[in-house]
Design a protein around this ligand. Structure first.
Ligand SMILES: [Ca+2]
Length: 407
């Protein structure tokens, strides 16, 4: 108690002194710090009087000056503390391999603080692209800002790194991967680089276009200008666009959630000339097979869903759709909406979008319809009938067979 009181008194005295000194300096000069130093003196030396709390970092972490104290010696011989906030610290941002010190500058002088980068040698990288789409139409943005990069070190340890890595697209540096586009269709490579290690992500850019799930209209809402959209023609009003959670990879930021039995969706596909095209549903099954407790989801297991046991599919021209004479499309048993497992209960599994190619169709010039009626045979671990979530329908012109089609 006594000690605390003493401290209190000291603090009050110090505060009073500080106020006096500060006020004395007030009228003196518009160039503020340092306190009572005349403006014609200069800094002759900068020293780090106490090192920072942390001097060991992993590559990609940023330097933290907490605990570091800096003093400046002035040309009139006075030595005074300098606020870290008034100093320039370099390098700023994620520390790169080969960095052994940070430089602290103030008043034209620089002090050097040695640091150590742990595990300077990264032996390999693994990259989890999460639910990000690895395919896109030409000139359509792809978002890889939500990827998880894990560095593996020579000693067998590994850690997820939150920054400090860079990217190349087809060997050329790119500064941002939140809206990456490619102007030529075919195979492309996105490379993640961290330290000396690199990891490639193979991408496919297709010749075609996409109908986003969120581009949904109810029956009767289409106008003569509507083109390439999805229409809900049956079922409850439950095929609602949902905003995707960050990094979920639902292209366009939204998707159709809660697509259950009796939901009928018609994708309206407009092409300029007769062609063949592969139709690919980017979907996530909802066949929850294991749940350790309500919303606990540890582990969480989604089972595979056979496409033809989830949807009844038909297609044809708009005229055929209008006259009720769409053709049934037989989808092979091997076409699967894949499940996934998370030991840690990742709710993102409900948005585990995968590209599911369910057929090659002949499309006629003008408006075509692909109709999906949810007719699921699957139930979840609670005995509820389940369908899927839908991100989008991709229309990829078949090689050499269609509009703008391949070589
Ligand atoms: Ca979407």
């Amino acid at each position: 108690m006594n000690g605390a009181k003493k401290f209190m008194i000291c603090a009050i005295v110090a505060a009073a002194l500080f106020t006096a000194v500060f006020c004395a300096a007030c009228g003196k000069s518009e160039t503020p710090p340092p306190d009572d130093i005349p403006s014609d003196v200069t800094v002759t030396e900068l020293t780090i009087s106490e090192p920072p709390d942390v001097t060991e970092y992993y590559i990609g972490e940023s330097f933290d000056p907490t605990g570091m104290k800096v003093k400046a010696r002035w040309s009139d011989g006075v030595k005074l503390p300098v606020s870290i906030d008034d100093c320039v610290i370099e390098p700023s941002g994620p520390l790169e391999a080969g960095t052994y010190e940070v430089r602290v500058s103030y008043g034209g002088q620089t002090a050097v603080q040695p640091i150590t980068l742990k595990d300077d040698t990264v032996s390999s990288l693994t990259v989890d692209t999460g639910n990000a789409a690895l395919a896109a139409a030409v000139n359509t943005p792809m978002n890889f800002s939500g990827i998880t990069v894990t560095a593996h070190y020579a000693d067998g340890s590994s850690r997820v790194v939150s920054g400090g890595y860079t990217f190349e697209a087809d060997g050329e540096p790119v500064s941002s991967v939140s809206a990456l586009t490619f102007s030529e269709w075919g195979n492309h490579t996105l490379t993640v680089i961290y330290g000396n290690a690199r990891a490639d992500i193979e991408l496919f850019i297709f010749d075609g276009f996409v109908i986003e799930g969120e581009n949904i209209l109810r029956s009767g809402e289409a106008t003569p200008d509507s083109e390439n959209y999805v229409e809900q023609t049956g079922g409850y009003r439950n095929a609602n666009p949902k905003t995707a959670t960050a990094g979920s990879g639902a292209s366009g930021g939204q998707f159709l959630g809660d697509v259950f039995n009796t939901t009928a969706l018609r994708f309206h596909i407009f092409v300029e000339s007769d062609c063949y095209a592969d139709v690919i549903l980017r979907a996530a099954g909802l066949k929850l097979e294991e749940d350790s407790g309500v919303q606990a989801w540890r582990p969480l297991r989604m089972g595979d869903m056979q496409f033809n046991r989830t949807f009844t599919v038909s297609y044809g021209t708009k005229a055929e759709a209008d006259s009720g004479s769409l053709h049934a499309l037989t989808v092979d048993d091997s076409v699967i909406i894949p499940g996934a497992v998370s030991e840690y209960g990742d709710p993102m599994l409900f948005e585990n979008f995968a590209d599911v190619n369910f057929g090659r169709l002949h499309l006629e010039a003008g408006e075509n319809i692909v109709e999906l009626i949810v007719d699921s045979e699957y139930t979840n671990c609670y005995g509820e009938t389940v369908g899927c979530n839908i991100d989008r329908l991709e229309i990829r012109y078949a090689d050499g067979a269609g509009e703008g089609g391949g070589s």
